[in-house]
Design a protein around this ligand. Structure first.
Ligand code: SDX
Length: 429
């Protein structure tokens, strides 16, 4: 806690509030007693100036464009680690040693199968259902099958539920994809690593063996690392709020998936690729940049801008590098969408509107091109985001449950509706 206090004068009275310092980043003014002392609320739509919790998991420096998971820079985790290792780090706070990593990876591998009866959920959807609709439904339904890991007060049950979610989310995602293209579900294989197993479940068919490219498997693993966690973003805050009522982890993650689906959040990777396709050629970029700057036009450059980053999203740099590696591995020499993306980035980063508003490419700008090249339809892009973010949601959910100061989240409001009035009989209206 800081030695200094924050002072507030309001409606003729003076108040003081404690200031708490973090390890790094902005300190906070603890206003939890404001209403009790003053009868007033703070007002912060969109929570642009509000810290909702204390956390030890992830830190973003928006001005510098840096991202740390338990203190480790995302670039180093993406370059030297694996997604399963990052999952262990996010859940436990430290990088695993070789024995810990092997035990964790084995446990995840042995939970990848779904209860066979869950297959029937998929057949209840139309074939053209958006895979995110299937993800929301099937992940929520996990709580109907795994009753032995829904008591959130039991640490062991929380551990089992966490591992089950991390293990089963790729299987569910792959089944959603297979269902959408009318191909048979492919069971997970215990001899494959996490990313290779996912590619196997998505792209192999019973008729022939599938050779999984190590370059594509590594790219998939790195894409999962880049999407794993990101402080208190909208979907993570949704999971925390749902969890604060005592809801089970499967229901909370289903709520997070629903929130991530929005085009302003995880749905931006799908929207960004659709935007690049609509622009179509470098010659049309000025037209769309003008639209993005036009206050009367709702169009925005998808994959650009961020609530926290006012510098280049460090994940976007790694994603751009991965994009080139994937296109190279697949022998895709000139991808017109990549040409448009690179030129659009160059134009936007030199345009005073984007410079003044500090709008840079975010993680969603290059991910769509990469995933499309790997063979995923745009409708699967946000599903892959949800797959990777599940570990972040679960790590944050566990942290919230274990926080002794945790209470049910219940914001207040500024009421601007009708004042008290009497009922009017219908024959007098
Ligand atoms: C993710 O929170 C997270 O951490 C999210 C995420 C994660 O890992 O969980 O990083 C993942 O969601 C990345 C963001 C993906 N979304 C998009 O790419 C959609 C396009 N971006 C915008 O919708 C917007 O930038 C947001 C939603 C990302 C951020 O919105 P903010 O913080 O509310 O910012 P804002 O809308 O207030 O914009 C500030 C100004 C506005 O202009 P003024 O009203 O001040 O004149 O910048 C403008 C906006 O009009 N602006 C854009 C723009 N983004 C913001 N103008 C054109 N194109 C854009 N993309």
């Amino acid at each position: 806690m800081s030695d200094d206090n924050a002072k507030l004068a309001s409606l003729g009275k003076d108040y003081e509030f404690a200031i708490h310092d973090g390890t790094v980043g902005p300190s906070v003014i603890d206003v939890s007693t404001l209403y009790g002392q003053s009868g007033q609320f703070t007002y912060d739509p969109g929570f642009t100036s509000t810290a909702s919790c204390k956390s030890t998991i992830t830190f973003i420096d928006g001005e510098a464009g840096t991202l740390l998971h338990r203190g480790y820079p995302i670039e180093q985790l993406a370059d030297k680690g694996s997604f399963i290792e990052t999952c262990y780090l996010l859940l436990n706070g430290e990088l695993p040693n070789a024995k810990e990593l092997e035990e964790f990876e084995t446990a995840i591998t042995q939970h990848t199968m779904l209860h066979e009866q869950m297959n029937r959920f998929f057949h209840g959807f139309r074939r053209d259902a958006h895979p995110m609709a299937i993800m929301v439904g099937v992940v929520g339904a996990l709580s109907a099958f795994y009753h032995d890991s829904t008591d959130i007060g039991d640490e062991e049950q929380r551990r089992i539920a966490s591992r089950r979610l991390i293990a089963k989310i790729p299987t569910i995602a792959a089944m959603a994809y297979k269902y959408s293209i009318g191909q048979p579900f492919v069971y997970p294989r215990n001899d494959l690593d996490y990313a290779s197993n996912f590619l196997h479940m998505c792209f192999s068919v019973p008729c022939e063996e599938m050779n999984i490219s190590p370059v594509l498997a590594q790219a998939m693993d790195r894409i999962f690392i880049l999407h794993a966690d990101h402080e208190q973003n909208a979907s993570t805050s949704t999971v925390r709020l749902a969890g604060s009522s005592g809801a089970n982890p499967f229901a909370c993650v289903a709520a997070g998936i629903a929130c991530l689906w929005g085009p302003s959040h995880g749905g931006a990777n799908e929207a960004a690729l659709d935007m690049l396709a609509e622009i179509g050629s470098v010659s049309r970029i000025p037209e769309f940049v003008a639209r993005a700057k036009d206050k009367n036009d709702p169009f925005r450059l998808m994959g650009f801008g961020h609530r926290v980053y006012k510098n280049y999203d460090p994940r976007a740099r790694v994603m751009q590098k991965t994009c080139h590696e994937v296109l190279g591995e697949l022998g895709i020499k000139d991808d017109p969408l990549l040409d448009v993306a690179m030129e659009l980035e160059k134009i936007a980063l030199n345009d005073e509107y984007f410079v003044e508003k500090k709008l840079y490419p975010n993680i969603d700008f290059y991910s769509g091109i990469t995933l499309k090249a790997m063979g995923f339809p745009t409708s699967m892009f946000t599903v892959l985001f949800a797959l990777a973010r599940t570990v972040g949601w679960i790590a944050q959910w566990n942290e919230m449950i274990e926080d002794p100061s945790q209470r049910i989240g219940r914001p207040r409001q500024l009421y601007v509706g009708a004042g008290p009035r009497d009922y009017v009989d219908i024959n007098k209206r």
